[in-house]
Ligand binder design. Sequence first.
Ligand SMILES: [Zn+2]
Length: 74
Amino acid sequence: MMTKDDLIGLLVCPMGKKPLHRDGESLKCTHCGTVFTIENGIPNMLIEEAKLPEGCSTIAELKCVASGEVKYDG
Ligand SMILES: [Zn+2]
Protein backbone atom coordinates (compact mmCIF):
# COMPACT_ATOMS: atom_id res chain seq x y z
CA MET A 1 0.00 0.00 0.00
CA MET A 2 1.20 3.48 -0.75
CA THR A 3 1.76 5.91 2.04
CA LYS A 4 0.98 9.61 1.95
CA ASP A 5 4.70 10.28 1.53
CA ASP A 6 4.82 8.00 -1.52
CA LEU A 7 1.95 9.94 -3.05
CA ILE A 8 3.64 13.26 -2.31
CA GLY A 9 6.70 11.91 -4.14
CA LEU A 10 4.59 11.48 -7.27
CA LEU A 11 3.37 15.07 -7.35
CA VAL A 12 4.61 17.46 -9.98
CA CYS A 13 4.43 21.23 -10.23
CA PRO A 14 0.98 22.23 -11.54
CA MET A 15 2.61 24.82 -13.76
CA GLY A 16 5.49 23.16 -15.58
CA LYS A 17 4.71 19.56 -14.56
CA LYS A 18 8.25 19.29 -13.26
CA PRO A 19 9.35 17.26 -10.23
CA LEU A 20 9.15 18.73 -6.76
CA HIS A 21 11.81 18.64 -4.08
CA ARG A 22 10.56 17.81 -0.61
CA ASP A 23 11.92 20.08 2.08
CA GLY A 24 10.32 19.45 5.44
CA GLU A 25 6.73 20.58 5.24
CA SER A 26 7.05 22.12 1.83
CA LEU A 27 7.56 21.09 -1.76
CA LYS A 28 9.68 23.17 -4.06
CA CYS A 29 9.51 22.98 -7.83
CA THR A 30 12.92 22.00 -9.22
CA HIS A 31 12.22 24.13 -12.28
CA CYS A 32 10.38 27.33 -11.41
CA GLY A 33 11.16 27.38 -7.68
CA THR A 34 7.57 27.80 -6.49
CA VAL A 35 7.05 26.46 -2.97
CA PHE A 36 3.90 24.52 -2.06
CA THR A 37 3.18 23.91 1.60
CA ILE A 38 2.13 20.61 3.13
CA GLU A 39 -0.61 21.12 5.69
CA ASN A 40 -1.44 18.21 7.98
CA GLY A 41 0.19 15.86 5.50
CA ILE A 42 -1.79 17.20 2.59
CA PRO A 43 0.07 19.23 0.00
CA ASN A 44 -1.64 22.40 -1.10
CA MET A 45 -1.00 22.40 -4.83
CA LEU A 46 -2.98 25.53 -5.62
CA ILE A 47 -0.68 27.85 -7.51
CA GLU A 48 -2.69 30.81 -6.25
CA GLU A 49 -1.76 29.89 -2.66
CA ALA A 50 1.82 28.84 -3.32
CA LYS A 51 4.87 30.86 -2.36
CA LEU A 52 6.44 32.32 -5.48
CA PRO A 53 10.22 32.24 -5.84
CA GLU A 54 12.33 35.31 -5.14
CA GLY A 55 12.10 37.81 -7.96
CA CYS A 56 8.57 36.78 -8.89
CA SER A 57 5.64 38.77 -7.58
CA THR A 58 3.03 37.31 -9.90
CA ILE A 59 2.39 33.90 -11.41
CA ALA A 60 2.93 35.39 -14.88
CA GLU A 61 6.54 36.11 -13.89
CA LEU A 62 7.36 32.48 -13.15
CA LYS A 63 10.14 31.12 -15.33
CA CYS A 64 7.92 28.52 -16.96
CA VAL A 65 5.09 30.99 -17.66
CA ALA A 66 7.27 33.92 -18.76
CA SER A 67 9.09 31.70 -21.25
CA GLY A 68 5.80 30.67 -22.84
CA GLU A 69 6.33 27.02 -21.85
CA VAL A 70 3.20 27.06 -19.73
CA LYS A 71 0.00 28.94 -20.37
CA TYR A 72 -1.52 30.73 -17.44
CA ASP A 73 -4.42 33.10 -17.80
CA GLY A 74 -5.37 33.73 -14.23
ZN1 LIG B 1 7.21 24.73 -11.44
